[in-house]
Design a binder for this molecule. Structure first.
Ligand SMILES: [Zn+2]
Length: 147
């Protein structure tokens, strides 16, 4: 494994993590992917978990979702508190992943659910983005009509 990132930044990565930075944020700062940061932390510290926690407002500052979305996700047990109103920084990584637009990969804004924009929503309704089962059903139907 290429360890250049570790050689250059070393303990700084851990320091940022413990200060509550998400893997993505650290990755952006040092020019690595978040997966890479995760691997490095696990390799050198045994875990990528942070020892620090964030308050809800600190968390929301790094996200594009509303506090309502946050608390709904918590109710659905997708994310959880460490203790009342305290979050693990890795929660940011989970939410960033969840709130990615399925078409362009950008973050979905506060007032939207699945797609970041109307253009992406239109694109998302096209056949090629349909789930496998739906495509198959459509093929079956077409074959039936022709047959
Ligand atoms: Zn989009």
């Amino acid at each position: 494994m290429d360890d250049t990132c570790w050689e250059v930044y070393g303990g700084y990565l851990k320091q940022r993590r413990d200060a509550g930075a998400s893997l993505k944020k650290i990755g952006d700062e040092v020019g690595c992917t978040k997966q890479r940061i995760h691997k490095i932390l696990v390799k050198h510290y045994g875990t990528a978990d942070s020892e620090g926690t964030l308050s809800t407002s600190q968390l929301l500052k790094q996200l594009t979702c509303s506090s309502e979305t946050l608390h709904n996700l918590r109710k659905e047990k997708v994310i959880s508190w460490v203790s009342w109103g305290k979050w693990k920084p890795e929660t940011i990584d989970i939410i960033l992943e969840l709130r990615k637009c399925k078409i362009c990969g950008q973050q979905v804004g506060k007032n939207r659910r699945t797609y970041c924009s109307e253009a992406c929503a239109v694109e998302g309704k096209k056949f090629k983005y349909w789930p496998e089962w739906r495509r198959k059903a459509q093929c079956e139907r077409t074959r039936h009509w022709r047959g």
